[in-house]
Design a protein around this ligand. Structure first.
Ligand code: SIN
Ligand code: FE2
Length: 216
C-alpha cells in the first residue's frame, strides 16, 4: 500500500499492453527528463531540426533530426539511413549515453533484452503536426524492436496491425511514456494524430519523440 495514494484513485498501471509484442511503459522516462531534454538541445545545436521532404514531394509537418551512427532521412530519392547529415555533410551527433542506456533498459523490461540501438530519430511536433500511418521498414534486422520515448505535449498514437487496413487502437502518449514494439508487432502500422495545442511546463508548445532503432 502506498500512503501517497490513500483515499485517492489508484495510480494508473505502469505497464500496459498495446498489442501482442507492443508494450507501453507509463512514465518510464520521467526520472531522466532533465538529462533527456538537455541532450536533445545539444543534438539540435549540432544538427538542427528540419522539415524533410518525402519522395512524393510533400514536406513533413514534424521537424526531425538524428543522433547515432546512422540517421533516418527522406528526400525526393526515397527513405534511407545515412551516417552523414545531408544538411551539414558531417556525421550525426553521437548518441548520448543516457539515450542508449534508457532505450536498452526499456526494451529489456518490455521483453527484448540486448537491444543496442545505433540510430535515434528525434521528432519535434508543433501543434497541428502529425505523422501519418506507416511502418518502420528501413532497418535491416526486424528481430530488433523499436523504442519510442515521448516528451512534452501529449499525443494520440494510432497502433494497428500488419496491414494498413487493419483496425487501429488509439493510445495517449504523455510526457515520460515509453512505447516498445517488437516481435509480432515489429511491422505494425502506427502514426501520430495532429498534435493538440497546449503548454507543457518543461517544453512549452511542443512534443518531442525519440525513436530508437537498430538500423544496421
Ligand atoms: C515514429 O513513428 O517514428 C514516431 C512516433 C512518435 O512520434 O511517437
Ligand atoms: Fe515509425
Amino acid at each position: 500500500m502506498n500512503d501517497l495514494f490513500d483515499g485517492l484513485d489508484p495510480p494508473p498501471p505502469a505497464r500496459e499492453d498495446i498489442a501482442p509484442g507492443a508494450v507501453l511503459l507509463r512514465g518510464r522516462a520521467l526520472a531522466h527528463e532533465a538529462a533527456l531534454i538537455e541532450a536533445v538541445a545539444a543534438i539540435a545545436a549540432q544538427a538542427p531540426f528540419r522539415h524533410m521532404i518525402v519522395p512524393a514531394g510533400f514536406t513533413m509537418s514534424a521537424a526531425m533530426t538524428n543522433c547515432g551512427d546512422a540517421g533516418w532521412v527522406t528526400d525526393r530519392g526515397g527513405y534511407r539511413y545515412d551516417a552523414i547529415d545531408p544538411e551539414s555533410g558531417r556525421p550525426w551527433p553521437a548518441m548520448p549515453d543516457v539515450f542508449r542506456a534508457l532505450a536498452g533498459a526499456a526494451a529489456a523490461e518490455a521483453g527484448h533484452p540486448g537491444f543496442a540501438p545505433d540510430a535515434c530519430l528525434v521528432n519535434r511536433y508543433a501543434p497541428g503536426a502529425r505523422l501519418s500511418l506507416h511502418r518502420d521498414t528501413n532497418e535491416r534486422d526486424f528481430t530488433q524492436p523499436i523504442v519510442s520515448v515521448s516528451l512534452g505535449l501529449p499525443a494520440t498514437f494510432q497502433f494497428g496491425g500488419a496491414k494498413r487496413s487493419d483496425p487501429t487502437r488509439r493510445i495517449a502518449l504523455r510526457h515520460g511514456d515509453i512505447a516498445v514494439w517488437g516481435g509480432p508487432a515489429r511491422l505494425a502500422f502506427h502514426g501520430i494524430l495532429a498534435l493538440k495545442d497546449g503548454e507543457h511546463p518543461r517544453l512549452g508548445r511542443m512534443r518531442i519523440n525519440l525513436t530508437f532503432r537498430k538500423a544496421r
